[in-house]
Design a protein around this ligand. Structure first.
Ligand SMILES: [Zn+2]
Length: 316
C-alpha cells in the first residue's frame, strides 16, 4: 500500500491506496492557519496516520508516501519554497525529510495541481484522452497539462492558467498583477469582491449562510447554497467567474488544442456538470475552431483526486 497527501490551502487530504489504486483509508484535516511549516508537517503526518488507521495499516509499513504541494516544489531536493497560502512558508523547507522523520517511509514531492491532473488522466475523467488540460477551480485557479500521455511542466512553471490575462489592466490579482483569470474566478478573489460589495450595502445572504454553517470563509458549499437560493450577488459573481473561465480556458485551448478539459477544484467539483456546460458555452465565443470544441468533463475522483495523484508519485 502507498500513501498520498494533498496539501491544500484550507484542507489537508490523505489517502492510503492499494496496488489497484483503490482508496483503503482516507482523512481530511484543516490546514493550520498559524505557526509555520513544521506545524503543517505535523498536521500532514496526523492526516496520513488517520488514513492508515482506516486502512488498518501502520504508516511505516507503506511502500512510500507521495505529497502534492503548492509553492515551488523541488522533487529532487525534497523541498518546498514560497508556499504563500500556507503559514510563514516564504523560505525553503525540507518537507520530504520532515515527513519521513515523522512517518517512516520515503516521501516523494510533486506539484499539487499536476498530480491531480495525472490522477484524472490515469484513473479519472481523462482516461479516454491522450491530451488534456486540467482546470482546478478553487481558492485560485490551477492548471495541469497532459500532452500525448505525458505531463508537460515546461521549465517547472507551466500551466499557470489562473494567470492568463482575461482583461488588460483589469482587477488586481492575488499574484500582484492585473486582469488575471484568477482575479475574477478564484474563490479567494470572489470572496474579497463579495465582502466589499456587502460592506458597501449590496444585499446578499452569502455571509449569513457562512455563519449558519460555522465557517469563517466563503467555502464552495456556501457559494452553492447561495446560488440554489437565487442570491443575486452570488449569481452575479459566479456569472462573472464563468465568463472569465470561458475566455481564459478558450485562449489556452487555442494554443494547446487538447482533446479534453477536465474541470476540478473545490468549486468545479461542487457545482458539477451544469457549470461545466456553462464554462463550455462561455468558451465558444473565444474558440478559434468553434465547430470542434474539446470535451469538457468534471473531474471524476472528487476531492480526493489530489491525494490519489500524490500516491502515484511513489510508483514512478
Ligand atoms: Zn495573477
Amino acid at each position: 500500500m502507498r500513501g498520498g497527501i494533498d496539501l491544500g490551502g484550507t484542507k489537508i487530504q490523505a489517502v492510503v491506496v492499494d496496488d489497484d489504486n483503490d482508496v483503503r483509508g482516507e482523512a481530511r484535516v484543516p490546514t493550520p492557519t498559524t505557526g509555520g511549516p513544521k506545524d503543517v508537517a505535523d498536521a500532514m503526518a496526523g492526516a496520513l496516520g488517520q488514513a492508515a488507521d482506516g486502512a488498518s495499516a501502520k504508516p511505516d509499513a507503506l511502500t512510500g508516501i507521495g505529497v502534492g504541494s503548492p509553492g515551488d516544489v523541488d522533487g529532487k531536493a525534497g523541498t518546498v519554497t514560497s508556499a504563500r497560502n500556507l503559514p510563514d512558508w516564504e523560505g525553503s523547507f525540507p518537507l520530504a525529510a520532515e515527513l519521513t522523520k515523522r512517518l517512516g517511509p520515503r516521501v516523494a514531492l510533486g506539484n499539487d495541481v499536476q498530480v491531480a491532473t495525472d490522477a484524472e488522466s490515469l484513473l479519472g475523467a481523462g482516461r479516454p484522452y491522450a491530451s488534456l488540460l486540467g482546470v482546478f477551480w478553487g481558492t485560485g485557479v490551477g492548471g495541469g497539462i497532459i500532452l500525448d500521455g505525458k505531463p508537460w511542466v515546461g521549465r517547472g512553471a507551466a500551466a499557470e492558467i489562473g494567470h492568463v490575462v482575461v482583461k488588460r489592466n483589469g482587477a488586481r490579482c492575488t499574484c500582484g498583477r492585473k486582469g488575471c483569470m484568477e482575479a475574477y474566478a478564484g474563490r479567494g478573489s470572489m470572496e474579497i469582491r463579495a465582502r466589499n460589495r456587502h460592506k458597501n450595502g449590496t444585499k446578499t445572504d452569502l455571509f449569513k449562510i457562512m455563519e449558519d454553517r460555522g465557517r469563517d470563509r466563503l467555502t464552495s458549499g456556501v457559494w452553492q447554497r447561495a446560488l440554489d437560493k437565487g442570491d443575486s450577488l452570488a449569481t452575479e459573481l459566479i456569472d462573472e467567474a464563468i465568463e472569465a473561465l470561458g475566455a481564459g480556458v478558450a485562449s489556452t485551448q487555442n494554443v494547446l488544442d487538447v482533446e479534453a478539459i477536465i474541470i476540478g477544484g473545490g468549486l468545479g467539483i461542487r457545482l458539477g456538470e451544469p457549470y461545466a456546460k456553462r464554462i463550455l458555452d462561455a468558451m465558444l465565443p473565444h474558440l478559434f475552431v468553434d465547430t470542434d470544441p474539446p470535451a469538457v468533463r468534471v473531474a471524476e475522483l472528487g476531492d480526493l483526486g489530489g491525494a490519489i495523484g500524490a500516491s502515484l508519485l511513489v510508483k514512478s
